[in-house]
Design a protein around this ligand. Sequence first.
Ligand SMILES: Cc1ncc(COP(=O)(O)O)c(C=O)c1O
Length: 418
Amino acid sequence: MSVASTKAFPVAWCRQQFPALARQVDGLEAVYLDGPAGSQVPRRVIDAIGRYLIETNANHGGRFITSRDSDAMLEMAHQAVADLLGTTSPECTVFGANMTSLALAFSRSLARTWKPGDEVIVTRLDHDANVSPWVLAARDAGATVRFVGIHIEDCTLDLEQMRQALSPRTRLVAVGCASNSVGTINPVAKICAWAHEAGAEVFLDAVHYAPHGLLDVDSWGCDYLACSAYKFFGPHVGILWGRRERLERLAAYKVRPAADTLPDKWMTGTQNHEGIAGVLAAIEYLADLGRQFGGGDERRGAIVTALNEIGAYEQQLCRELIAGLEELDEVRVWGITDPARLAERVPTIAITHRKLPPVALAEYLASRGIFAWHGNFYALELSETLGLEPTGLVRLGLLHYNTSSEVARLLAVLKELR
Ligand SMILES: Cc1ncc(COP(=O)(O)O)c(C=O)c1O
């Protein structure tokens, strides 16, 4: 991993880009810690959506100017996503409604290649969007599902169990890049190497990781990856990437008149073009953030710099938040808390309170202008494994537009509860 520069992170510049951050609640500045369920968006994303609808609103493939401009924008958006994911093949990037819909549709195609006796590995750390699609697909194919568990003390994946679960029968390993509940980062390159040794493919859920760390499909060696733009400062659009040879060979569930070529083969129906214009603008925002640290105009390089700097800045916020939480006897932090291991997590911190159930704690924070989610965040296997169903946890989700003073304010509010 490359090292962040010594230049201070331009959080003031970042915050100026996001109009929603100016919101007040009862005279207090709102503190947005709800990012894991959807980040706020920069002004340029809002403008790009509006501009698309005013200037180029048209369907795909027409000979007239708005359709041609719209298609040119789509092409640029595929290229931008390829730069975000670390691939040189924009035609292998697919847009869809959201990650869940893309995973459900894709699992149906993949499962047509499975048979009884085949095995699929899922984990108890994942969001259910990377569990249920594979469980349902395996059921349809008569394949067997193997669950890999976690180490409860730090909410990391049990990698030994993963190794043991892999065999020549394994067809797919579905694993997340980072937990949307407790923030653990999984060693996905290592898992891809193990899976490939066993002859299996890997589907990565990068939804939670994308706003925090660099996506790098080529160097990770995964076979498929999905993410969602509304988690990385864009609008509600899902993204799927797959290896060209697989996307070409697999049969898509599609209508007959739709193209058989990539990427259209996998993009069923008319897409959310205005949303895709917003995705392009969100990726440009990240690249511009990278350009604040110098370097050239080349977009992938700028994205690499941006996510490197975001990671370093977020790690500092995470350190401050965990240190403060650890001083509160009533609060339990789930997941990695060791300051020496912060590179193994993103700054998504799940807590429980000894006296207040998660919903009451979230309400209390809301009354102080702090937005945080409670529940299981659809990471249902994890919540069950931790014995936290049905109430779940409270998730304090930091993003790079959050600040040290917001962390201090949150900690002060939690102290009031003593
Ligand atoms: C890790 C993870 N995977 C998948 C999803 C589902 O994404 P989408 O809402 O785009 O279907 C989410 C949503 O919260 C998530 O956090």
